[in-house]
Design a protein around this ligand. Structure first.
Ligand code: SF4
Length: 395
């Protein structure tokens, strides 16, 4: 009898808790649960809740879950999804039978965990940038701009107030079996509470944990940060860069390219592992070749992922001719990157450029309207960065 392939199994709900700036607990960075909040429930409560237990059971049995629509979208357009990447990270094969997954969760002892092995917690939205594809919950600058433009979804909310709750929560989260801790702002290196909380984690516990830090690269890590990085078993600093030089400044506004280079050089000198992290959107897909060639020349490790929300910034929200031009430029990159996975990732991206038919005029109108509004406010002009779009932009 032919085996039924389970195309939906994901390891994340078995091992991870992601707590967002709003305090809501989630099983990963791609779900949007709003029923368990750090103000009332610990990550431990959420991890052992009926909802998460049911989700694990459904995924083991190959059910397609509405909560996992972001990964499903990524897979639909031919991109390697978060689900597939997470499974591979733990050496779990994708697209196997449900029996394979039932066996493997038992073998790895992740079916009976009481506490998550991986915790991803967002503390405060204090940030010095307002990247175009960001949102007000993740950047205080973006929030301030939205308030000035009259488009804030929560003008009276102070997202920094979650700092107190989450800082306390970290103490509850740290346990001797924790393997990964991913702490974020805003701009993580700017948030004093994050530094304070990480400083207080005892060395004998930190030495078992891999710390993951996300930075926009414009905040220079001082000596305290370096000593925090060095006390953990491993530290991985993800430096966000979406384009090269001035193109990056336009997208990750108003970042300073030289400051980012200074940070990277310093991390190298201090022997701290870093990886360049790029969000692929319709703002940078035409420019990606330039950034990727620079990364390759420098022999830096890097990875990229496709933006899903806001949907008007999706890389596929571009007229067909423009997307094909992006594909042509990407095809000219030679693929000898430090990260061997890049060759496959670029090929998938090229395939998406030539073969995805996702263009939606409504989303394009939203994109044009938003870009014009922010350009006017920032005294920028997208045409200076992307002249290829001039004839397509709707006034
Ligand atoms: S399939 Fe995707 S959305 Fe669902 S739990 Fe896994 S990573 Fe999260």
């Amino acid at each position: 009898m032919e085996k039924i392939i389970n195309k939906h199994f994901c390891v994340q709900p078995f091992i991870n808790v992601t707590t967002r700036i709003t305090g809501y607990h989630n099983v990963c960075c791609n779900t949007s649960f709003k029923d368990s909040n750090i103000k009332k429930h610990t990550s431990y409560d959420f991890f052992n809740s009926d909802k998460v237990k049911k989700m694990r059971n459904d995924l083991l049995n190959g059910k397609r879950l509405a909560d996992c629509r972001v990964c499903q979208y990524q897979e639909k357009i031919g991109h390697h999804s978060h689900r597939q990447k997470y499974n591979e990270y733990y050496y779990i094969k994708n697209e196997q039978s449900s029996d394979y997954y039932k066996n493997i969760v038992e073998k790895l002892h992740i079916n009976t965990l009481q506490r998550p092995l991986y915790v991803d917690i967002h503390i405060g939205n204090l940030c010095n940038l307002k990247c175009l594809t960001c949102n007000e919950k993740d950047s205080s600058m973006f929030h301030a701009e939205n308030k000035i433009l009259g488009i804030s979804e929560a003008p009276n909310t102070d997202y920094t107030k979650f700092v107190i709750d989450t800082a306390d929560a970290i103490k509850e989260i740290i346990h001797p079996k924790l393997l990964f801790l991913d702490v974020r702002g805003g701009e993580t290196l700017m948030v004093p509470e994050i530094k304070k909380v990480l400083s207080t984690i005892p060395n004998d516990i930190a030495k078992n944990i891999t710390l993951k830090i996300q930075t926009n690269g414009t905040t220079f890590p001082d000596k305290t940060w370096v000593s925090i990085f060095k006390k953990f078993k491993n530290t991985k600093v993800n430096v966000s860069m979406d384009a090269y030089e001035n193109d990056n400044t336009y997208i990750r506004y108003p970042s300073n390219w030289q400051k980012i280079l200074n940070t990277i050089e310093y991390l190298e000198q201090q022997n701290i592992k870093f990886i360049i992290n790029t969000v692929v959107s319709n703002l940078n897909i035409l420019k990606l070749d330039k950034l990727l060639n620079w990364i390759k020349e420098k022999k830096y490790l890097n990875y990229f992922y496709m933006l899903d929300t806001p949907s008007h910034y999706r890389p596929t929200n571009l007229p067909k001719q423009v997307l094909e031009l992006a594909g042509k430029r990407l095809s000219n990159i030679s693929k000898d990157f430090a990260n061997k996975d890049m060759a496959k990732a670029i090929d998938q991206l090229i395939d998406i450029c030539y073969n995805t038919n996702d263009f939606n005029i409504k989303n394009w109108q939203i994109f044009c309207k938003e870009i014009r509004m922010r350009d006017k406010h920032r005294k920028n002009n997208i045409i200076n960065i992307l002249p290829e779009l001039e004839r397509f932009l709707i006034k």
